[in-house]
Unconditional design. Structure first.
Length: 135
């Protein structure tokens, strides 16, 4: 980190993570929040999640030079479905060419969705769970 803070910081954890990340943003930097996995893991209420989003909004309005935003892929996909399709095609192409290598934690039969949810709730996965339609 630069002594004056980061130009851009990303936070997908939420809760206190938002505050810690905001503290690391430099005087003209930007915080891009994109998730709240800490809240999901402990079943935070919708009201509490709303409070975190309000904090980000307040920081954005009250901080001269610094800014914050919440990125939602779902909202962006609804607003610009053609971008989503194009980006997804590019992403699959990169994977096929070996330019990126997704980290897979486990491969689970589609019938074992409940088991997958249990694994996600336990936390500590080193990658994503992939569902296999034919076991």
């Amino acid at each position: 980190m630069l002594p004056e803070g980061f130009d851009v910081a990303f936070d997908g954890i939420g809760e206190l993570g938002f505050s810690r990340t905001w503290a690391a943003v430099g005087p003209h930097g930007h915080l891009s929040a994109f998730g709240f996995s800490a809240g999901v893991q402990r079943n935070a209420s919708i009201a509490l999640v709303g409070l975190w989003l309000a904090m980000i909004w307040w920081w954005n309005k009250s901080s001269a030079g610094r800014s914050a935003s919440f990125y939602s892929i779902t909202s962006l996909r609804k607003k610009h479905p053609d971008w989503f399709v194009a980006d997804l095609g590019e992403l699959f192409g990169m994977a096929k060419r070996g330019e990126i290598k997704p980290r897979v934690a486990e491969r689970i039969a589609l019938e074992a969705v409940a088991d997958a949810h249990a694994r996600i709730e336990q936390g500590g996965l080193e990658g994503k769970i992939v569902f296999l339609p034919n076991g």
